[in-house]
Design a protein around this ligand. Structure first.
Ligand code: MRU
Length: 357
């Protein structure tokens, strides 16, 4: 039994026709204000992605798809493909770790390159249609991941999640939160501990906000409390998302995830990763090849305008870490559940999803 799950907000959408714009919930203002941001140019889109106004791997893929439309719509006669390639490079550079971003821009470019003989107007319309198809595909993918993942959740369970891998990180109901929303809609009693997620507090600001809106019981903890809470026996399973998964099943996600995985392993708590196949990067044999974004020191020393460290202190600020496949109980994709992931199993899932590699 799978009830339809409606969440009372929209992460982002394209408004109008080719001359339209992107409207997105400005996530840097959450949870205090629900403000819509209108994005009309490629540089505004790059800025929105870099500032995390839109964030989460699948959502920035959808945003980048619409960014391609913003780029090509003013291309001169015969220049659509050339402008599309340049726009792709600009968008891909906005954030380096989540592979969904370059996956989306590559998908659009490949689609345009395949439309031999199409005139400029047809190419421009095809860009918008393909960007919309990416958004619709993501909604459906989230639903399928939710259905697979919910089979791993029992009535009465308490789950732990890190960062935000919910509806606000996708165009649908989320990755890691999709099985939780699905289990909740199926009538299972579920509760969530949300790690606050230093330094940008996606867990505190966004995950707890959206779970509360959806009526799912949520309790906020600081990142350092997760091991303690697992040691107290309060967690039945961990569900997290991912920004990039290497071919061998190593999982890159928000900084702090690796520590959660080590702790889960120590306490015999299942550690599940929920991610679409667009997050799997078959070109990388293992997780040590994944580019890790470093963010400005100020996000740690004076996050949200409040100075909390000495002036001129040296800072190291990687935004993501990599959890080795050996610590991952399962990777849940739209085509099913890969238990104890390794290269052969990931390749099988990619083939099942029709991904060529
Ligand atoms: O820096 P962010 O907020 O974009 O990081 C997001 C995450 O790490 C998510 O867990 C990941 O993108 C999975 S989203 C469905």
């Amino acid at each position: 039994m799978n009830a339809k799950i409606e969440l009372p907000f929209e992460t982002l959408s394209w408004i109008g026709n080719l001359d339209g714009h992107v409207q997105m919930l400005e996530q840097t203002r959450l949870p205090l204000e629900e403000v819509q941001l209108e994005v009309r140019t490629v540089s505004e889109m790059v800025d929105a992605i870099y500032r995390l106004a839109v964030r989460g791997a699948p959502a920035i893929g959808v945003a980048a798809g619409y960014g391609m439309v913003l780029g090509i719509r003013s291309a001169g006669p015969g220049e659509v493909l050339e402008v599309a390639r340049a726009t792709k490079s600009t968008l891909d550079a906005s954030r380096p770790t989540a592979v969904n971003l370059s996956w989306a821009t590559a998908r659009i470019l490949r689609h345009l390159e395949g439309l031999e003989g199409a005139d400029d107007a047809a190419l421009k319309q095809a860009t918008l249609d393909e960007a919309r198809a990416i958004q619709e595909g993501d909604e459906d993918t989230c639903r399928r991941m939710g259905e697979h993942g919910a089979t791993l959740i029992q009535d009465g369970w308490t789950l732990l999640t890190h960062c935000n891998a919910g509806a606000l990180a996708t165009a649908g109901m989320g990755t890691a939160l999709a099985p939780i929303y699905t289990a909740h809609a199926q009538g299972k009693r579920v509760a969530v501990f949300a790690d606050e997620t230093r330094p940008l507090l996606q867990g505190a600001r966004i995950t707890s906000w959206e779970l509360m809106k959806a009526g799912v019981e949520v309790r906020l903890i600081t990142d350092g409390m997760a091991a303690r809470v697992m040691g107290e026996g309060k967690i039945d399973a961990v569900f997290v998302g991912s920004d990039r998964i290497a071919r061998n099943g190593d999982v890159c996600n928000k900084i702090g995830t690796y520590g959660v995985a080590i702790s889960a392993h120590h306490h015999n708590v299942p550690f599940h990763v929920v991610a679409p196949l667009s997050t799997v990067d078959p070109s990388l044999a293992s997780g040590d090849l994944i580019p890790i974004e470093e963010r400005p020191a100020e996000e740690i020393t004076e996050g949200f305008g409040n100075r909390t460290a000495p002036r001129d202190v040296q800072v190291y600020a990687p935004a993501f870490d990599v959890t080795p496949a050996a610590l991952v109980t399962s990777i849940i994709t739209e085509v099913g559940i890969v238990e104890a992931p390794d290269t052969a199993k990931m390749e099988r899932a990619l083939r099942e999803g029709g991904v060529s590699f």
